[in-house]
Design a protein around this ligand. Structure first.
Ligand SMILES: [Zn+2]
Length: 303
């Protein structure tokens, strides 16, 4: 009887939801890893840029040094030539060149001073970055290890759920399991849903024809919602607390006699069925059944 009320399928669905949530939890770790590693990665990249720039400045410094050496040599040679000029015109030419080289040398010296200052600042910045980067890396490591531990636990949970699911599915009617799996394969969360108090599908809240409501409550055959296709299960028997309010049957207002059809399904079958014929029309109910059968067949072909 319990099996026929589709409690088995409902339990299976709970396990499947656990599995899906566990998979999602595992995936959710990816952005967390990225978040933890990001500050260290940003510093690492800044450090790289800083090192490259410093290297370039040092190369420039060396280039400047050798150019200065060359100019000093040339200046020395020009000084010697001044001493041995033979006429005024030659002297004027050598003096002009001397003047030009001296000016270039001054520029070099100025440039060298600026560059030295930049190199010094660059080295300071690099030292700062190296320190921050080391600190960030020291922080990242324990956080990353913590995430790895948590993710391993989530993976273990998933394995447990999957094992439990496999065992549980073994005890379920294979034909029903096939339909259930076919519905879920579409990526939907709900494959089974309870009939609501007032006879609607618990998934889409579409009204279920009275005749089917009875069949569902008695668990005689597997009935699917005509609107959304979920397998409809009988509601859990009222235990205590949560469903306690329904004892008052608020939906059966004292002034209404039209709500009879929707009142407690526990009443005898003949009555409810007669009401169904009045309300829905026998042909409509039959058509509904046909549609539901067709859908079942469709699922089975998919399988
Ligand atoms: Zn539905």
């Amino acid at each position: 009887m319990t099996e026929q009320r589709r409690t088995g399928l409902k339990e299976l669905q709970k396990l499947d939801i656990n599995i899906r949530e566990a998979r999602q939890r595992i995936q959710d770790f990816d952005p967390l890893f990225a978040e933890v590693e990001e500050p260290a990665l940003v510093l690492e990249s800044e450090l790289g840029t800083s090192r490259t720039r410093l290297k370039e400045m040092m190369l420039e410094e060396r280039r400047l040094e050798s150019s200065t050496e060359e100019r000093k040599d040339r200046l020395k040679r020009l000084d010697e030539r001044v001493a041995s000029v033979r006429n005024l015109r030659e002297e004027a030419a050598v003096t002009a060149e001397l003047e030009m080289v001296r000016r270039a040398l001054q520029n070099d010296e100025q440039e060298a001073l600026t560059l030295m200052d930049q190199v010094r600042k660059g080295e300071e910045r690099l030292a700062e970055l190296e320190e921050s980067s080391a600190e960030a890396n020291a922080l990242v490591e324990p956080q990353r290890e913590e995430l790895i531990t948590q993710r391993a636990k989530a993976k273990k949970d998933l394995e447990d759920f999957e094992r439990e699911r496999e065992q549980f599915a073994g005890g379920i009617d294979p034909a029903e399991l096939r339909i259930y799996d076919a519905i879920r394969r579409g990526g939907r969360w709900a494959a089974v849903s309870e009939l609501t108090e007032d006879g609607a599908c618990g998934n889409c809240f579409g009204v279920v024809p009275l005749q089917f409501q009875n069949e569902i409550r008695h668990g005689d055959s597997l009935i699917r919602c005509e609107a959304c296709g979920v397998i409809l299960a009988a509601p859990e028997p009222v235990v205590e607390g949560a469903e306690g309010d329904s004892d008052d049957e608020p939906e059966v207002a004292p002034d209404s006699d039209e709500t009879e059809a929707e009142s407690e399904p526990a009443g005898d079958d003949a009555d409810v069925e007669a009401d169904a014929d009045e309300e829905e029309g026998a042909s409509a109910a039959a058509a509904g059944e046909a549609a539901s059968d067709a859908e079942d067949q469709e699922e089975e072909e998919e399988v």
